[in-house]
Design a binder for this molecule. Structure first.
Ligand SMILES: C[S@@+](CC[C@H](N)C(=O)[O-])C[C@H]1O[C@@H](n2cnc3c(N)ncnc32)[C@H](O)[C@@H]1O
Length: 283
């Protein structure tokens, strides 16, 4: 099998399961052959070695079974950077760029050198992106899982996000009370029962997805804890599920009666981010 045949075969195989089989086929074959897209384009007749052919077929079978391409590649793009990923972390989602973009725009105006915390940092995409986009700021990145934190730490090192520090913590439980300018979080927010029915639960860590009943357990715990970590002017940015806008808005408003709470939309115009602007320091 040569490069051209391999690409055609992969594209046909992946078409029913991938939104962009053309891209996936090229990324996969490039990874197996250790070549970039230009090389693939220039060498359609290059033959795959038997072990490359085997590895390619094996990877296609795994992808057909729902295994994420990101885990096979060992990296995935988010914002303007490639992040190392493995089975210990959630694969970065483009929806999360909404949170980063909106929070960074706000911080550039209000506190470009602020003190921020990212809770449930996973591969570190939020903390590292914010740290790189706001080099004068300091970012504390937390996760309950040490294996996850190892991936996030590696990403910060590779991308030279020197203003990001990592610590293991169950939400904010291990962090002494202090005012943060921004609290950022993409916590697990899928309803436990619904998660059982979703393909995403087969390979990505349950710890990154399972938000308990109605998907609200961690969001609620964090909002309640946050009272001790804010001051007037602080903002809280939470990624939420597309059906959680109203529930999160009501919850946030009950915990922070004087806050301005808005639900922001993603590119498909669905609820995606809760933005909570604290108006006065809680007494
Ligand atoms: C939805 S993933 C988000 C990962 C990353 N921030 C992103 O946007 O791709 C949620 C993360 O929260 C972490 N997590 C789950 N429960 C936690 C808890 N009680 N305290 C801190 N982190 C937690 C998981 O380990 C996982 O990395």
């Amino acid at each position: 099998m040569n490069v051209q045949q391999a690409l055609q075969h992969a594209q046909q195989t992946l078409n029913p399961i991938s939104g962009n089989a053309h891209y996936a086929a090229r990324r996969l074959l490039g990874h197996i052959l250790n070549q970039d897209a230009t090389w693939l384009h220039l060498h359609p007749d290059a033959e795959l070695a038997p072990e490359q052919h085997l590895a390619f077929q094996d990877a296609l079978t795994r992808l057909q079974d729902g295994y994420p391409l990101a885990y096979i590649l060992g990296e995935w793009g988010f914002y303007q950077w490639d992040f190392v990923v493995n089975e210990h972390v959630l694969v970065p989602r483009p929806e999360t760029e909404v949170l980063v973009e909106q929070a960074v725009q706000w911080a550039q105006i209000h506190y470009p050198a602020g003190h921020f915390v990212d809770i449930g940092t996973g591969s570190g995409i939020i903390a590292v992106s914010v740290g790189l986009l706001l080099p004068q700021a300091s970012v504390l990145a937390l996760d309950v899982s040490p294996t996850t934190l190892a991936v996030a730490t590696l990403n910060a090192e590779r991308l030279k996000a020197n203003n990001v520090q990592f610590q293991q913590s169950d939400l904010l439980a291990e962090i002494p009370p202090q005012p943060f300018d921004m609290i950022l979080a993409n916590l697990p927010y899928i309803d436990s029962d619904e998660l059982q029915t979703l393909a995403v639960s087969h390979y990505e860590p349950a710890l990154a997805l399972d938000g308990g009943p109605a998907g609200m357990i961690l969001i609620e715990r964090l909002l309640k804890q946050s009272v001790d970590y804010i001051q007037a002017g602080s903002t809280i940015w939470l990624e939420i599920g597309i059906e959680q806008g109203r529930a999160v808005q009501n919850l946030a408003q009950s915990i922070f009666p004087h806050a301005q709470v808005d639900i922001l939309h993603d590119l498909t115009n669905r609820d995606r981010v809760a933005k909570i602007v604290i108006q006065e320091t809680p007494s």
